[in-house]
Write a protein that binds this ligand. Structure first.
Ligand code: ATP
Length: 234
């Protein structure tokens, strides 16, 4: 694997009974890129993400993250990934500040001042019970937890679901760009094409269901498009 590839998926196939969720999917994410996975509901975006997190085992084909098999070596892989699930999965009985304290205990790289900045930016009341948060507030809190330990790879499953348009465009976009500027990698899924176009620049058609748009920094759109053609083949 080239050293700059954070995720390499090769010929990944996955069926659930008669449903072909992933049909020989291949992709490679270079470090510092922002990739958007676009596809209709049921296209297989979450299934692909679950393979990258090692939550599902490849039926055929392979998945490598930081050069490791995420199923065989979950600790080495997951400690470097920030993940926002589509369902958010946050403990409703905790308060916002309790979840932040609880989460930081798991990650040596947790950045307190960044977490506090995000809490203020996302207008989250530290004393609020998670079960009483709105869908959008829940999405912001999930994003805060995924971001605050500054993971090398940020995986966001439908991150804008529940977010209002301003947060979606201004905050989420800024967060994603900052992460890429710091040389970290972002993979996010969406069923909204225009949303992916806000954060990413190149179209790369994958065989079956998605397109991906990496966004290397400091280049104009024209050169990005040329680069997109030259590394096609995944
Ligand atoms: P959405 O945008 O609606 O979240 P998606 O692109 O993330 O969709 P997946 O959740 O990956 O799509 O699902 C892909 C297909 O695989 C769907 O047809 C879904 O019903 C099926 N599927 C996913 N997980 C399972 C499972 N555990 N058991 C059976 N079928 C599944």
């Amino acid at each position: 694997m080239p050293s700059e590839s954070v995720v390499v998926v090769s010929e990944l196939t996955r069926r659930f009974g008669a449903v072909m969720a992933l049909d020989s999917v291949s992709l490679s994410l270079p470090r510092g890129a922002v990739y958007g996975l676009v596809g209709a509901n049921g296209a297989g975006k979450t299934t692909l993400i679950k393979h990258i997190l090692g939550l599902l085992r490849a039926e055929s084909g392979s998945v490598r993250v930081f050069g490791h098999d995420p199923v065989a070596d979950p600790v080495r892989v997951l400690s470097r990934i920030g993940y926002l699930s589509e369902e958010r999965d946050l403990p409703g009985w905790m308060r916002v500040e309790e979840l932040i304290r609880y989460s930081r205990a798991f990650y040596p790289g947790w950045d307190d001042s960044y977490a506090e900045d995000l809490r203020v930016t996302f207008a989250l009341d530290p004393a609020a019970r998670i079960k009483n948060l709105s869908k959008g507030q829940m999405a912001r809190l999930g994003l805060l937890i995924a971001l605050a330990y500054r993971p090398e790879l940020l995986v966001l499953d439908e991150p804008s679901s529940g977010l209002d348009p301003i947060v979606r465009r201004d905050i989420l976009g800024a967060v994603i760009r900052t992460i890429a500027d710091e040389g970290r990698t972002v993979l996010f899924s969406s069923h909204l094409l225009e949303e992916v176009e806000l954060s990413c620049s190149i179209r790369r058609s994958s065989k079956h269901y998605t397109s991906a748009w990496p966004q290397p920094r400091g280049r104009d759109r024209h050169s990005l498009e040329r680069r997109g053609h030259s590394d096609r083949g995944s």
